[in-house]
Write a protein that binds this ligand. Structure first.
Ligand SMILES: Cc1cc2nc3c(=O)[nH]c(=O)nc-3n(C[C@H](O)[C@H](O)[C@H](O)COP(=O)(O)OP(=O)(O)OC[C@H]3O[C@@H](n4cnc5c(N)ncnc54)[C@H](O)[C@@H]3O)c2cc1C
Length: 517
C-alpha cells in the first residue's frame, strides 16, 4: 500500500532527520521554514504517529502508556490477538496461576494435617485448573486492551517490520499489508525459549515452557533441563500435581545467580517436596522412543547417565526475538551476545529507532522491561528517564520463594568489597510459625565501612513481596541500620527482614548473638 503522502522512500529517509528540526517534537506545527522546504515537508513528513511501539509485552505496553501520558500520539503493534506479550500470555502470569493452584493441591495432600484438617479423596480436575489460569490471562489481557483505548493508543494487529527509518510495514492476519510512519519507533519484540543444539523440540514430548504451561495430562515422569527460575517453577507445578520430576543442571548449583547457602536451602526444600536434582550434568542426546523419551547425559566426571521421561521440558534460558522485525539491509547493530545494542537513552544505531525489554542487555524480566519502556519514552519526550539496574529484584516463585536484589555475597567478595552479613531465620519469626511457614531466612549484605545495603537474598514464604522493602531502601542509598531501626508491624514476616538488618551488627533480638561476629 502506498503511504498517503506518497513520496519516494529515499527522500523520506533523507528528510527525516533534517525536517524533525522544523517540528515541535510531538505536534505538527512548523516553525516557519522557507517556502520551498515547507512544500517538501508537507509531503514528506506526514508521520502517522509520534511513536510506534513494535511489540506489546510489558516493555512495549508500559512504554506506550507512558508515551500517551506524555501526550505522544502512539500506536502499538503486536502479532498476538491480545497484548501482554510473553509475560501475560505464556510467562509470568499463567505460571503463577499454576503455582498457586498446585500449591493448594500440595497443601491438601501434605500440609493440611498440621492444621488438623483432613481432606479425603482429593482430586485434581486439570482441565478446570487450566481454565482458571486462562481466565486470569484473559482478564489481564482484556484489561490491557481497555487501557490502550482509554489512553487513546492505536492498537494495530499484525507482524511488523521496520523497513526504513520511521516506516513500519505490518502484515495483518487477513493477509493484507499496511504501512505506518512514526517519528520514533521503539522495538520491544521480546524473547523466545532458547534451545539446545543437540535437542529437537517437537512441542509434544520435548517441550519448552510455552507447552509446559498447558499440558492436558499430568506426565508421570517429567525431566526438566535447566534449574533456573522457569525450570524450577514449572518443575514444582508438575511435581505438586503428581509428576515425578528430575531436574538436570549444567552448572554446579541450581539457581546459580544466588549465593550457595541460599541455593543449598532451596534445593533441600525442593528435594523434600519430591524433586530430584543432578547438577554439573550436561544433556548429550534426547531421543523419542515408543512411549518414553530417552535422555542421555554426562556428569562432571564424564560418567554417562540415562533418564527416561514422558515429557522433557527444555528450560535453559531465553534468547532475544528479532525475527524479521527490522529489514536486514538497515544494519541494526547487535551486541556480542546477540541483543540489540543501545546507548544509555535506548537509542539503537538506526535513526529514530529505540529498543527496550528482553531484546536489550540486562536481566530478561518483565519489571525490568517496564522500567526500560518508561525511561525510553521519557527520553523521547525530552525528559530525564532513569532506570537503576543495580536494584532490579529477581524472584524464583517456588515454595518457599526466593528473592534477591543487588550484589550476592559471592559477587561482593569477588569485587573485593568489604562486607558484613546479617542473617535471620524465619523459624525465629512469630508470624512465620503462626503461618506454618518456618523454612528459610533473610540475608542482608552491607558495606563494612558505610553500612550501606549492597544486596539481599530472602528464601521464605512471601519473599517476593518482602524484597520490595530492600529494593526501596537500596534505591534511597539506605543502610542496614536504616532497615533495623524502621518500625515494622508485629507479627509480620517483614520483621525477619528487619532483624536480618539488625543481625548485620549482631543486634538481632529474637536470636542469640552470633559468637563469630
Ligand atoms: C514461563 C515464564 C515465566 C516467567 N516468569 C516471570 C516472572 O515471574 N517475572 C518476570 O519478571 N519475568 C518472568 N518471565 C519473563 C518475562 O515474561 C519477560 O521478561 C517479559 O515478558 C519480557 O517483556 P518484553 O516486553 O521485552 O517482551 P515480550 O513479553 O516477549 O513481548 C514481546 C511481544 O512482541 C511481539 N512481537 C515480536 N515480534 C513482533 C513483530 N515483528 N511484530 C509484531 N509483534 C511482534 C510478540 O508477539 C510479543 O507479544 C517469565 C517468562 C516465562 C517464559
Amino acid at each position: 500500500m502506498r503511504p498517503p503522502f506518497g513520496l519516494a522512500d529515499d527522500l523520506l529517509e533523507a528528510g527525516l532527520s533534517l525536517l524533525t528540526f522544523h517540528f515541535s517534537p510531538f505536534t505538527s506545527h512548523f516553525s516557519h521554514p522557507p517556502l520551498l522546504i515547507r512544500r517538501f515537508q508537507l509531503q514528506i513528513f506526514m508521520a502517522d504517529f509520534d511513536l510506534i511501539v513494535l511489540g506489546g509485552g510489558p516493555a512495549g505496553y508500559t512504554g506506550a502508556i507512558r508515551a500517551a501520558q506524555l501526550g505522544l500520539n502512539t500506536a502499538i503493534i503486536d502479532k498476538r490477538e491480545v497484548l501482554g506479550g510473553t509475560c501475560l500470555n505464556i510467562g509470568c502470569i499463567p505460571s503463577k496461576a499454576l503455582l498457586v493452584s498446585s500449591q493448594y493441591v500440595h497443601f491438601a495432600h501434605h500440609e493440611a494435617q498440621h492444621h488438623g484438617l483432613k481432606f479425603e479423596g482429593v482430586q485434581v480436575d486439570l482441565a478446570k485448573l487450566m481454565a482458571r489460569k486462562q481466565t486470569v490471562v484473559k482478564q489481564l489481557t482484556q484489561g490491557l486492551e481497555f487501557l490502550m483505548k482509554k489512553n487513546r493508543i492505536t492498537r494495530i494487529r499484525g507482524i511488523g517490520q521496520l523497513v526504513a527509518p520511521g516506516k513500519v510495514v505490518v502484515n495483518q492476519p487477513d493477509g493484507s499489508t499496511e504501512e505506518h510512519r512514526g517519528r520514533n519507533v521503539i522495538l520491544a519484540t521480546g524473547s523466545v525459549p532458547m534451545e539446545l543444539p543437540n535437542v529437537t523440540i517437537d512441542r509434544e514430548r520435548v517441550v519448552t515452557s510455552d507447552e509446559a504451561l498447558s499440558f492436558t495430562e499430568v506426565p508421570a515422569e517429567l525431566l526438566v533441563v535447566g534449574a533456573g527460575a522457569i525450570g524450577l517453577e514449572l518443575g514444582s507445578v508438575w511435581s505438586r500435581l503428581g509428576s515425578k520430576v528430575t531436574v538436570l543442571e549444567f552448572l554446579p548449583r541450581i539457581a546459580a545467580f544466588l549465593d550457595p547457602d541460599v541455593t543449598q536451602a532451596l534445593q533441600k526444600t525442593l528435594e523434600a517436596q519430591g524433586l530430584k536434582f543432578h547438577v554439573e550434568t550436561q544433556v548429550t542426546s534426547v531421543a523419542l522412543q515408543d512411549k518414553k523419551v530417552l535422555v542421555q547425559a554426562k556428569n562432571k566426571g564424564e560418567q554417562s547417565l540415562e533418564f527416561q521421561a514422558d515429557k522433557v521440558l527444555v528450560a535453559v534460558g531465553r534468547k532475544p526475538y528479532l525475527e524479521g522485525a527490522v529489514a536486514k539491509d538497515l544494519g541494526l547493530k547487535l551486541t556480542e551476545r546477540g541483543r540489540v545494542a543501545v546507548d544509555q537513552q535506548f537509542r539503537t544505531n538506526l535513526p529514530g529507532l529505540y529498543a527496550i525489554g528482553d531484546i536489550i542487555e540486562g536481566p530478561m524480566l518483565a519489571h525490568k522491561g517496564e522500567e526500560d519502556g518508561i525511561a525510553c519514552t521519557e527520553f523521547i519526550a525530552g525528559k530525564a528517564g532513569h532506570v537503576n539496574y543495580n536494584v532490579v529484584p529477581n524472584i524464583v516463585y517456588t515454595h518457599p520463594e526466593v528473592a534477591c536484589v543487588g550484589l550476592t555475597e559471592e559477587a561482593a567478595k569477588k569485587n573485593g568489597a568489604q562486607i558484613k552479613i546479617g542473617k535471620f531465620p524465619f523459624i525465629a519469626n512469630g508470624r512465620a510459625l503462626a503461618n506454618d511457614e518456618p523454612a528459610g531466612f533473610a540475608k542482608i549484605i552491607a558495606d563494612t565501612r558505610t553500612d550501606k545495603l549492597l544486596g539481599s537474598q530472602i528464601i521464605g514464604s512471601n519473599a517476593s513481596e518482602l524484597i520490595a522493602e530492600i529494593v526501596s531502601i537500596m534505591e534511597f542509598g539506605g543502610s542496614a541500620e536504616d532497615l533495623g531501626r524502621t518500625v515494622h508491624a508485629h507479627p509480620t514476616l517483614s520483621e525477619a527482614v528487619k532483624e536480618a538488618g539488625l543481625a548485620v551488627d549482631n543486634l538481632a533480638f529474637s536470636i542469640p548473638p552470633n559468637p563469630r561476629q
